[in-house]
Design a protein around this ligand. Structure first.
Ligand code: FES
Length: 272
């Protein structure tokens, strides 16, 4: 990796080996639009998901279970007949059951390579943008605590696979009606279908996934299956940032849809 640099002292953009340009940067276009809109988008999601995670209500309307509350691991779930529920936590758990499970998708996204770029720029201005020096005096990258913990991303990837599996199961169950008979399709079923497709595309486009699938091979020619899978993951991986946003929006939309049904805002339009 590259050496940690500093914006003051002997290295970095003000170091003696760099051109002595007095301007802080030479970009003239609205370069701040990208970090500012990123920060605003992430903040909106944080506010929304915090409200919903702590709400502990309105997350279930047969046959739909909000993705924020699945799988439900506590006894106090509204969703007992609806989806994959395992009462690993007994009646003593009085808080929202979402808090037990959201740690996994949250950890996956927080340590994601794309989101790291997004919030380092959006919230910490480190750096604010390409060719714009950061305001901080020193820079240690991800070499020290706490940022060195970003390395656990690959383990969150495995957890994310399990969560995506559970949400896939929920999506299948979204094709039942209110009395759990099969053969239903409502607007909610379609929203769940789009969401799970985006969740899988985001999860499989992960940089760690790409390495797990095709990394550490000396000869691709000796591993034709992994080579082919690596090609697929690489193509998805090129769209990782877009998929990160699309799946973030779709998971919030799926949750919000269940919320609206559950508070009785309208009835789920049914196609059959
Ligand atoms: Fe983004 Fe793994 S790098 S999810």
């Amino acid at each position: 990796g590259t050496e940690p640099t500093s914006t003051t002292g002997t290295s970095g953009v003000h170091g003696p080996t760099r051109a002595a340009i007095p301007a802080r940067h030479l970009r003239t276009e609205r370069w701040w639009l990208y970090p500012a809109s990123t920060a605003a988008g992430l903040l909106a999601f944080v506010v929304y998901s915090t409200w919903r995670a702590f709400a502990n209500a309105d997350y279930y309307h047969a046959p739909y279970v909000s993705p924020f509350y699945s799988p439900c691991l506590a006894e106090n779930c509204e969703t007992m007949r609806a989806g994959p529920n395992w009462e690993l936590f007994g009646g003593w758990w009085g808080l929202s059951p979402a808090l037990l499970i959201l740690i996994f998708p949250l950890g996956f996204r927080l340590t994601c390579y794309y989101y790291r770029k997004a919030y380092y720029r959006g919230f910490w201005a480190s750096p604010p943008a390409c060719a714009v020096a950061e305001p901080h005096k020193s820079y240690s990258g991800e070499t020290r605590f706490p940022l060195i913990l970003q390395n656990i991303h690959r383990y969150f990837f495995y957890a994310a696979l399990l969560v995506a599996g559970v949400l896939t199961y929920d999506t299948v169950l979204a094709f039942r009606d209110e009395s759990y008979a099969w053969g239903h399709m409502g607007l909610g079923s379609l929203i769940f279908l789009v969401n799970i497709a985006l969740i899988w595309a985001y999860t499989l486009s992960c940089h760690s996934c790409r390495h797990i699938v095709g990394g550490r091979l000396k000869h691709f020619s000796k591993h034709p299956v992994r080579y082919r899978m690596w090609g697929w993951v690489s193509r998805l991986n090129a769209r990782h940032a877009v998929l990160a946003w699309a799946s973030l929006i779709s998971v919030a939309a799926a949750d919000f849809y269940v919320y609206l049904l559950s508070v009785g805002a309208f009835d789920d339009p049914r196609f059959f």
